[in-house]
Design a protein around this ligand. Structure first.
Ligand SMILES: Nc1ncnc2c1ncn2[C@@H]1O[C@H](COP(=O)(O)OP(=O)(O)OP(=O)(O)O)[C@@H](O)[C@H]1O
Ligand SMILES: [Mg+2]
Length: 309
């Protein structure tokens, strides 16, 4: 491990101008413009019992460790409220527009339930990958990828392994997107909205109990293994697949990419992930929450590394 890094700063953005609301997504948020620089989306901490500010910050840093293109996230406070800032990735990528998954999927099938968010069994790997093919979606511009990562679906496999590592249960069809560039060129968007992960909505007393218990069904490995994705195996299924299975299903047509991403995960030291967690200031994240999150990451990584593709 490298030298001990300081805590992540919490930026006070009370005096940034609010430039417009963000209509997508379910939680309160609006775009702010700093005195210089692009706009940043301010996402206010959602509910008293949901730590979706530190989960989103930690997830963004972990994405960086794994090599997943991602929105830049900072912890923030505005008018005394906890939240995060997510830097406008359309501007950062010099793209023209973000097109959400549901808009792409409904192009291929007019019956696709684009207006629903949850329990959308039409949201399958097969449809997602065909939507990439239909628009010849490539890789984000300006980033170098390994030879195994050739097209959008190879990178999406990495997003799904990332989701399984952090326990992100919210990869629904508005939480992935493509970017449109000038000249009708398209690329998979960097990943964003990872707040629903890392046991963000478990309370500290339950975290402490799960850290201590000898009942293996209550232990963190058991909790972590239960994460469900927002992706289905088949449109007739009633339940989504697990985050692990979303990854393995995507690996069927993209085995080389799956092997590559698993190898990236293998090469991450648990200590490096724990160090990212440690850097969240104590004022917004307790020691118990830090131990709980570090153990989720270790448990998920250990389990994922036993997968054979
Ligand atoms: N960094 C970013 N750059 C550009 N657009 C973004 C960024 N982050 C979020 N968005 C846009 O804002 C929308 C809502 O943001 P986000 O998904 O983070 O919110 P949410 O309320 O947590 O969503 P959900 O209902 O999925 O939980 C996204 O669907 C996307 O269109
Ligand atoms: Mg969202």
């Amino acid at each position: 491990m490298t030298d001990l890094q300081p805590d992540y700063p919490i930026r006070n953005v009370t005096d940034w101008d609010a430039v417009n609301d963000e209509p997508m997504g379910t939680k309160p948020k609006y775009w702010l413009r700093p005195p210089v620089d692009e706009r940043w989306l301010f996402k206010k901490k959602h509910r008293p019992n949901s730590d979706d500010d530190w989960s989103e910050k930690i997830a963004a840093e972990l994405a960086g460790l794994l090599g997943i293109p991602h929105a830049t996230v900072d912890l923030a406070r505005r008018h005394g409220n906890r939240g995060i800032l997510s830097r406008d990735l359309v501007a950062e990528c010099k793209a023209e527009e973000l097109i959400h998954g549901n808009s792409l999927l409904v192009e291929a099938d007019p019956d696709y339930p684009a207006g629903d968010i949850y329990r959308v069994a039409h949201h399958t790997i097969e449809r997602i990958f065909s939507a990439f093919s239909a628009r010849s979606v490539g890789l984000p511009l300006g980033t170098d990828f390994a030879p195994e990562i050739v097209e959008a679906r190879d990178l999406f496999v990495g997003y799904l392994l990332f989701d399984a590592w952090i326990g992100n249960t919210d990869r629904h069809h508005e939480n992935w997107a493509i970017l449109k560039y000038a000249g009708d060129r398209y690329a998979l968007s960097p990943s964003y909205d990872h707040a629903s992960s890392l046991g963000h909505n478990v309370q500290d007393d339950e975290r402490a109990e799960r850290l201590m218990t000898r009942d293996r069904y209550r232990q963190i490995a058991a909790y972590a293994a239960k994460a469900k994705s927002a992706i289905y195996r088949d449109r007739d299924d009633r339940k989504p697949v697990s985050t692990d299975e979303a990854f393995t299903l995507a690996c069927v047509p993209c085995r080389a990419a799956g092997v590559y991403w698993l190898d990236r995960l293998r090469r991450i030291a648990d200590d490096d992930a724990t160090d990212i967690v440690r850097r969240v200031p104590q004022e917004i994240m307790s020691d118990v929450a830090k131990r709980f999150v570090s153990q989720i990451l270790q448990a998920n990584r250990t389990r994922l590394l036993t997968l054979t593709l």
